[in-house]
Design a protein around this ligand. Structure first.
Ligand SMILES: [Fe+2]
Length: 239
């Protein structure tokens, strides 16, 4: 059977996976959002320490969301607009709404921490519900980015260009934020993604940064998951 080489190239191009800048970080966001919401739902609001720790986690989530959408605006939307004007419009508009929602939720969280003990039960439930609606919007929003935005990026950029863009975005992230990303991203990836992520980090980051990332990740993996990761990276027994 003769197959036209041009057709073969087209089929190969359609099958070959493209660079997906959203996949890993959005797994991290979904995990962090779900975990924080569940923590708030089970919080003992009469326990001052637990109240302080859980509201702090909500504030951390909100700050992470703020930083994340800023990275997307600065790098991904700017790149999309440079080659497909208007292509990031809907999501950019939603980012404006998210910033307003983040501000309101942060105020609501601080107010809960400072309110009279008699009001805590009611205010905790109100914050839990408001946060769940925010997270629901974000889950749908991320899906649009992973489908419609990726379609634009894949149509207008080569994989080499996308890797360069992603590299520039990652290079702009301060070390402290990067460790927070590792903590929430790597444990909630599948084994192949974990190996690719950490293998890349070992190749490009200083050795102490790689070691710190392993230390951050390990407590959140099961023994079996850790054994697979260590074997795939060829880590010696010292780990
Ligand atoms: Fe976004």
């Amino acid at each position: 059977m003769n197959i036209d080489p041009r057709e073969m190239r087209q089929v190969a191009a359609a099958i070959a996976p493209r660079i997906d800048m959203y996949a890993g970080i959005h797994k991290a966001l979904r995990a962090l959002m779900a975990d924080t919401l569940l923590a708030l739902g089970r919080m003992d609001h009469d326990d001052g320490l637990e109240l302080a720790q859980t509201t702090q986690r909500v504030l951390e989530l909100l700050e992470f969301c703020r930083a994340h959408l800023q990275h997307e605006n600065d790098f991904i939307h700017a790149a999309m607009e440079s080659r497909a004007a208007g292509s990031s419009g809907r999501i950019a508009h939603e980012h404006h709404e998210h910033v307003e929602a983040i501000d309101a939720l942060a105020d609501q969280t601080t107010a809960l921490l400072q309110c009279a003990p008699a009001l805590r039960a009611e205010r905790t439930l109100a914050l839990y519900r408001a946060l769940s609606v925010f997270i629901a919007h974000n889950f749908e929003h991320m899906h649009v980015e992973e489908t419609a935005h990726n379609a634009v990026l894949w149509a207008r950029f080569t994989d080499a260009e996308l890797m360069e863009l992603h590299g520039a975005l990652v290079a702009s992230i301060p070390p402290e934020e990067m460790m927070f990303v590792m903590r929430w991203m790597v444990p909630f990836m599948n084994p192949a993604e974990r190996t690719a992520m950490l293998g890349d980090m070992r190749a490009h980051a200083p050795a102490p940064a790689f070691a710190a990332a392993l230390d951050v990740v390990r407590p959140h993996l099961s023994e079996r998951e850790w054994a697979k990761l260590a074997a795939s990276l060829g880590l010696s027994a010292q780990w």
